[in-house]
Design a binder for this molecule. Structure first.
Ligand code: NAD
Length: 369
């Protein structure tokens, strides 16, 4: 059995509470000999600032770089609003994404049957929904230069952001999307705005080339990003994998997210390039933030964190069968009519963060027998 090195970065706010629930599962898998995880804990965000005056220490960065996967909670909170800009809690997260070169952000949107009524769409549109958005994470308009506000001679200000993409950036994220589609329903929608943007023209050209060269067995469809947003709320189940750039991915993944009901349900994975052995740098984290409004009260929903752990098993440790079991355990618990406050529908019994974690672990144990 391989031994996997995991760096746990719980962070701030509800981060430590939800990480504790994920840890119960990892500890149990270790104790049962299902896997061999070597876990280390580090500080990130405000928690790191309080000790080291930076959002992540060099030592923890080194550990992140040498880990097989990083499991991340959440960062931020009002008590760090006035720290220097470079040391603000989010800087830790951005540094990790940058230094680990995590260019592909995977955000699944899965609708559990028990929560179909919590969605803003009708039950029949979302029940059984299982889509995956692959967002390019390190290029595009959020990083392109020039990026500035200049004051012109007449005193008027002009702002510019630059959307730019290199072929290799599109090529590598397209490959991630096609590879993932092969493990799912074998369908990729590539989304851009090639009707009005040259970056979209290049995006589409590269995706088609990669498809023709190496992935002709996968069905590829093109969809303009505005139409994609519309189709996501009209008929979301038509999609399997959607691959798109940083900006459109930011927006489309939030639309897809809300189809499932609550922020507390949404996991994510960010992957880097594969080395010769096929191993990728990777970080797994819930989509939500540190929820300072409910921190320390036992109200946080740990499901996004636990589902992120599931993604880690699937994508970093080749334990897809155990990832399926984690997902089934979550569905099983929700079907028992319990919920944390954020996902409670009528008649549900509201339980705490640790009760939810315990019940998911119990359900997982049953899955294992
Ligand atoms: P948030 O996601 O923390 O919270 C938004 C709302 O959703 C709050 O009402 C919160 O209580 C609720 N919520 C979020 N996660 C929940 C969960 N697991 N269970 C139950 N309810 C949950 O976003 P925000 O309030 O805009 O930001 C709070 C802090 O988090 C800020 O400092 C922000 O910068 C930071 N943030 C961090 C990340 C990250 O670490 N990846 C992401 C977004 C925001």
């Amino acid at each position: 059995m391989s031994t996997w090195k995991i760096l746990l970065l719980a962070g701030d706010g509800i981060g430590p509470e939800i990480m504790a629930e994920a840890r119960k599962i990892l500890d149990w898998m270790n104790a049962e000999g299902i896997a061999s995880f070597e876990m280390e804990e580090g500080l990130v965000g405000g928690a790191a600032y309080d000790v080291h005056k930076v959002a992540i220490s060099e030592d923890d960065m080194r550990r992140a770089l040498s880990a097989d996967a990083v499991l991340f909670g959440a960062v931020g909170g009002p008590q760090w609003d006035d720290v220097p800009y470079d040391a603000r809690p989010e800087a830790g997260l951005l540094r990790l994404r940058k230094d680990l070169e995590l260019f592909a952000n995977l955000r699944p949107a899965i609708c559990y049957p028990a929560l179909a009524d919590a969605s803003s769409l009708k039950r029949e549109l979302v029940e059984g929904l299982d889509i995956l958005i692959v967002r390019e994470l390190t290029g595009g308009v959020y990083f392109g230069q020039p990026k500035e506000i200049v004051t012109l001679q007449n005193g008027e200000k002009r702002a510019v952001d630059s959307q730019l993409y290199f072929e290799h950036e599109v090529d590598r994220v397209a490959r991630v999307a096609f590879d993932l589609a092969r493990t799912r329903r074998n369908l990729v929608h590539s989304s851009d705005k090639k009707n009005v943007m040259v970056t979209g023209v290049l995006w589409d050209e590269v995706v088609r080339r990669v498809h023709a060269q190496d992935y002709a067995d996968v069905e590829l469809q093109h969809i303009l990003a505005d139409n994609c947003a519309m189709q996501l709320v009209r008929q979301p189940k038509q999609f399997d994998v959607i691959v798109t750039d940083n900006l459109f991915g930011d927006i489309l993944s939030d639309v897809a997210a809300m189809l499932t009901g609550s922020l507390g349900m949404l996991p994510s994975a960010s992957l880097g390039a594969a080395d010769e052995s096929g191993r990728r740098r990777a970080m797994y984290e819930p989509v939500h933030g540190s929820a300072p409004d409910i921190a320390g009260q036992g109200k946080a929903n740990p499901i996004a964190m636990i589902a992120s752990l599931g993604m880690m098993l699937r994508y970093s440790f080749d334990m897809g069968d155990w990832a399926d079991r984690v997902d089934a355990a979550i569905a099983d618990v929700l079907a028992q009519g319990v919920a944390t406050a954020d996902i409670a529908t009528e008649g549900a019994r509201i339980i705490s963060t640790s009760e939810m974690g315990d019940m998911i672990l119990e359900a997982l144990k049953k899955q294992a027998t």
